[in-house]
Design a protein around this ligand. Structure first.
Ligand code: NAP
Length: 246
């Protein structure tokens, strides 16, 4: 279904990004794996993606670094070709109550989770416009919709990503480029594994479907939004959260 398309997924070394990369590879897309520093994990994703008979490469790049993102996009264009699908998934947390949150706790999360997505969109959008086609998918969070105690920085970044999604969707719609956001609920990855058991149990009680999500729950929707079948969906924010945010 995605045969011959080139997909860039940030944060594809682990968790949700890895599942998205492998799902898109299983549908025939070539994969650019952007990651922060975990080369071993990135190479494992790459090798697994290649088993689907597609091209896959790893690119270590801090998404919050505007210049580094520009250089990485050039490398990807040289090695894989133009990018058809961009998935802004890289993200971090630094949870603290607002009264204890330092300025760097705040700006660190904003720089990766929000400015990082801007950097990628900024450096890929001219290619999408020239091709008069493209799919941009931003991974936001239920925290960006509902807010979350202890996550003022993270929720602000994720809410900002929703505004960015709708604005980019409006700007690029005339060129047949769609931009949508997926808002995961509680997904079992490294990001949530370290949370204290009592907090995890509290979440579980408030999930109507009665289970945590898996990375592949998110990957299924990402693959659909990346496909031609989703041609008439843009500016949407779709929750994949077992009902947590309703
Ligand atoms: P994860 O398992 O912690 O993986 C994070 C990924 O992001 C890794 O691949 C990491 O690369 C990469 N990354 C981190 N900082 C980066 C940077 N500065 N530059 C480039 N790459 C960077 O996270 P996850 O749970 O899969 O989350 C993926 C996305 O979903 C995030 O945006 C997160 O906010 C969102 N989300 C997650 C949940 C959840 O419950 N898990 C819920 C809602 C939303 P390295 O491996 O190299 O460190």
């Amino acid at each position: 279904m995605l045969k011959g398309k080139n997909a860039l997924i940030t944060g594809a070394s682990r968790g949700i990004g890895r599942a998205v990369a492998l799902k898109l590879a299983s549908e025939g897309a070539n994969i650019a794996i952007v990651y922060a520093g975990n080369t071993q994990a990135a190479m494992e994703t790459r090798d697994e993606a290649k088993e689907f008979g597609v091209n896959a490469e790893c690119y270590m790049c801090d998404v919050s670094d505007y210049e580094a993102v520009g250089e990485t996009i050039k490398k990807i264009n040289d090695q894989l070709g133009i990018i058809h699908i961009l998935i802004n998934n890289a993200g971090i947390t630094c949870d603290k109550l607002v009264m204890r949150m330092s300025e760097s706790d705040f700006s660190g999360v904003i720089n990766v989770n929000l400015k990082g997505a801007f950097n990628l969109i900024r450096h890929t959008s001219s290619g999408f416009v020239r091709a008069k086609a493209g799919r941009i998918i931003n991974i936001t969070s239920v925290a960006g919709i509902r807010g979350n105690a202890g996550q003022v920085n993270y929720a602000a970044a994720k809410a900002g990503l929703i505004g960015m999604t709708k604005s980019v969707a409006r700007e690029l719609s005339g060129r047949n480029i769609t931009c949508n956001a997926i808002a995961p609920g509680f997904i079992e990855t490294d990001m949530t594994n370290n949370l204290p058991e009592d907090i995890k149990n509290e979440y579980l009680k408030s999930i109507p479907l009665g289970r945590y999500g898996t990375p592949s729950d998110i990957a299924e929707l990402a693959a659909f939004l990346a496909s031609d079948k989703a041609a008439y969906i843009t500016g949407a924010v779709i929750a994949v959260d077992g009902g947590l945010s309703m």
